[in-house]
Design a protein around this ligand. Structure first.
Ligand code: PEP
Length: 247
């Protein structure tokens, strides 16, 4: 039986003051049926990690370097994230793929480094509007997932989270219908099942893209949606907690 994960990607938002307030409010909230995880900007990880001590809320980072250490200015090593208390790290977010030209190969390298360091990668896949309209949704998510399977093997998928995030739904207020999302989630699970049924049954597949407290309940009731990766709505504690309570 898969548990539900509600993950808040704060992106490059907030200040030290607002981050502290947000963490305090989230920690004070009551969510019984889902695991919560928050992904603050990297400079606040150490602080937030300390604030989460003793709580059930997990900490995650928004990216990780594909190299262990060395001359990679601006990058952050998986070992450093581990020291901050990170249990999760997002890899292949569509903003990274589109704005910083991260390739499938680089994303697979980041995934490997996280996993080899004992941090659970949250692998984002998803199609643009143009790709959806051309009927390429399944081919795109398949290619993005295959890049990791080909380099790490299918067993690696048992120790990650997949997030299906249609690019056209991210930060746009245009949410995928529960049926649209379920079709892709089921496709991903069936694809994995053809390689390893146990891995497919076990892996959590989150939906991301304008999920909020009004639409979360219906999305999360779909059989292959095991949680949410939430951007905008995770910046307000009440909304984030309310999504967690809709499970
Ligand atoms: C995201 O960036 O992962 C995301 C899902 O953002 P939003 O919820 O704001 O669409």
């Amino acid at each position: 039986m898969r548990t539900t994960l509600i993950a808040g990607n704060w992106k490059m938002n907030g200040s030290l003051k607002s981050v502290i307030e947000l963490v305090e409010s989230i920690v004070a909230g009551e969510v019984k049926n889902a695991q919560l995880a928050i992904f603050p900007p990297a400079v606040y990880l150490m602080k937030v990690g300390g604030m989460l001590d003793g709580s059930e809320i997990a900490l995650g980072a928004q990216n990780v370097c594909d190299q262990a250490s060395g001359a990679y200015t601006g990058e952050i090593a998986a070992s450093m994230l581990k020291e901050c208390g990170c249990q999760y790290v997002i890899v292949g977010h569509s903003e990274r793929r589109a704005l910083y030209q991260e390739s499938d190969k680089l994303v697979a390298g980041r995934f490997a480094m996280a996993q080899n360091t004992g941090i659970m990668p949250v692998l984002c896949v998803g199609e643009t509007l143009q790709e959806r309209e051309s009927g390429d949704t399944k081919a795109v998510v398949s290619r993005q997932l295959d890049a990791v399977i080909d380099s790490q093997g299918i067993e690696a998928i048992a120790h990650c989270v997949i997030a299906y995030e249609p690019v056209w739904a991210i930060g746009t207020g245009k949410v995928a219908t529960p049926e649209q999302a379920q079709v892709v989630h089921q496709y991903l699970r069936d694809k994995l099942a053809a390689l390893n049924a146990e891995v497919a049954e076990q892996v959590q597949i989150l939906y991301g893209g304008s999920m909020n407290s009004s639409n979360a309940g219906e999305l999360l009731s779909q059989p292959d949606i095991d949680g949410g990766l939430i951007g905008g709505a995770s910046l307000k504690a009440a909304d984030f907690i309310s999504i967690g309570q809709s499970v």
